[in-house]
Design a binder for this molecule. Structure first.
Ligand code: HEM
Length: 425
């Protein structure tokens, strides 16, 4: 069978494909880099240069793709609408908005979520990492996803948003509820339950914001409340953020940040355990830490792809795309483009063009949390290097990935860790 013929039957949701889509992406890059998936109404953009072309042209390629959750049948939609109506309106901000609305949201949010706020999180990230690692080392063997990679980003973003410790378990549940519908096969009762959790999340933060309106504090929520566009922002609509907009933004910080960072941390440990030479090198020379984080993001891209909608007839890579065409830019494939990365499936932190990867996107929607998750990756690896001598993947690992087309991450990772002698000295 020719490569083109093999692509004809490609199904992105096939269980085997979801476990490992990379060979299909390689074929697409070679023979059909803007591939129309028959029967699914989507085109996949797989080459690095073409993904960049889309990201740099938000006027032609819109982010107003709406929900990333699976559509519901009519009767269930009605039940869902009733539950949603009990909460504040869900408004599309940042990720699912286009300019000029997107510009206003992004300008206002970056006044609250500043580089200073992010760098001030370093001691907190370190403290949480050390606590989790010490517990892991005391046990000797852990399931890394649940015991390190999930709690770290959730607790960090909870600290950014000043969530009291006693609400941490609720906060974690709201984070899960917020992503319940994305690329999963949850039944209607599960989806409704999750949506009620989102309402609960909204009420909690609405209350927190109201408290700060009356009594401002030195925190991100107060800054969000007080953020105003200035002349330098060149935004015509100068309204401050209203409550539903702020709630949507806060929810996006959870949705976009937690799962992705969890997946990055898990893959980083797996890759280092599978490459003992690289683990030794980074132990001997911690200046390699950032390289390891970037190469992990390139090779194990957590956000595999993102939707775009074509706003006017256009041509991409020689393929005619009529207005309304639904695209998915496949970051995970762009990051393995052999024209940029020789032997793209290999883990090689020595590559000299690591920063050209697109794991955080590019252009106006470039990940708002990139600096925060890079910091989490760096601090986590610093503390691993400092405290851990050996990492061993245990024999009972199945290496199963969540069956999601958009987010790629292991369901579990069992590891044995031994402590470095001098770590606790
Ligand atoms: C390894 C971790 C992460 C990865 C791989 C990742 C990936 C991405 C990607 C690919 C985009 C661009 C989407 C597009 O092109 O439409 C994006 C956007 C975004 N990310 Fe992240 N992200 C990560 C962590 C975070 C964190 C920690 C936060 C928040 C604290 C965050 C918040 C956002 C937001 C709000 C957007 C939308 C920005 C906009 O549309 O202007 N992300 N992320």
């Amino acid at each position: 069978m020719t490569e083109t013929a093999a692509l004809a039957g490609f199904n992105p949701f096939d269980p085997d494909t979801l476990q490992c889509p990379f060979a299909h992406y390689a074929t697409m890059r070679a023979v059909d880099p803007v591939h129309e998936v028959a029967g699914f109404g989507i085109h996949l953009v797989t080459r690095h240069d073409l993904v960049l072309e889309v990201l740099r042209d938000p006027a032609t390629y819109s982010n107003q793709f709406g929900q990333t959750s699976m559509p519901l049948p009519e009767q269930e939609r009605q039940r869902m609408a009733e539950v949603v109506a009990e909460g504040y309106p869900r408004v599309p901000t940042m990720l699912t908005a286009d300019p000029p609305d997107h510009t206003r949201y992004r300008r206002l949010v970056t006044k609250a979520f500043t580089p200073k706020v992010i760098s001030s999180m370093e001691p907190v990230i370190r403290q949480i990492t050390i606590r989790l690692l010490d517990a892991a080392l005391a046990k000797g063997a852990i399931e890394l996803v649940e015991e390190l990679a999930v709690p770290l980003p959730v607790e960090v973003i909870a600290k950014v948003l000043n969530v009291p410790d006693e609400r941490l378990a609720d906060f974690k549940r709201w984070s899960d509820d917020s992503i319940a519908g994305i690329g999963t096969a949850l039944d209607i009762d599960g989806r409704l339950q999750a949506e009620r959790g989102v309402n609960e999340f909204q009420r909690f933060f609405a209350d927190q914001l109201e408290q700060r309106r009356a009594d401002p504090r030195d925190d991100v929520l107060t800054e969000l409340l007080n953020a105003r566009v200035g002349a330098a922002d060149r935004v015509a609509d100068d309204r401050p953020l209203d409550l539903p907009e702020m709630l949507s933004i806060i929810q996006q910080l959870l949705v976009a940040g937690n799962e992705t960072t969890t997946k990055m941390l898990t893959e980083m440990v797996r890759l280092l355990a599978e490459h003992p030479d690289e683990w030794r090198r980074v132990q001997d020379d911690p200046t390699r830490i950032e390289r390891v984080v970037e190469e992990t993001l390139r090779l194990a891209t957590p956000t595999q792809g993102m939707f775009r909608i074509v706003t006017r007839d256009t041509t991409l890579g020689g393929v005619h795309l009529p207005v309304g065409t639904r695209l998915v830019v496949i970051y995970a494939s762009a990051n393995r483009d052999e024209s940029l990365y020789p032997e793209p499936d290999e883990f090689r932190p020595d590559r000299d063009n690591l920063k050209e990867h697109l794991a955080f996107g590019k252009g106006i929607h470039f990940c708002l949390g990139a600096a925060l998750s890079r910091l989490e990756g760096r601090v986590a690896l610093q503390e691993l290097v400092r405290r851990v001598a050996t990492i061993r993947l245990t024999d009972d690992n199945e290496y199963r990935y969540f069956p999601s087309f958009m987010l790629r991450g292991l369901t579990s990772l069992h590891v044995e860790l031994t402590a470095r002698e001098e770590a606790n000295a």
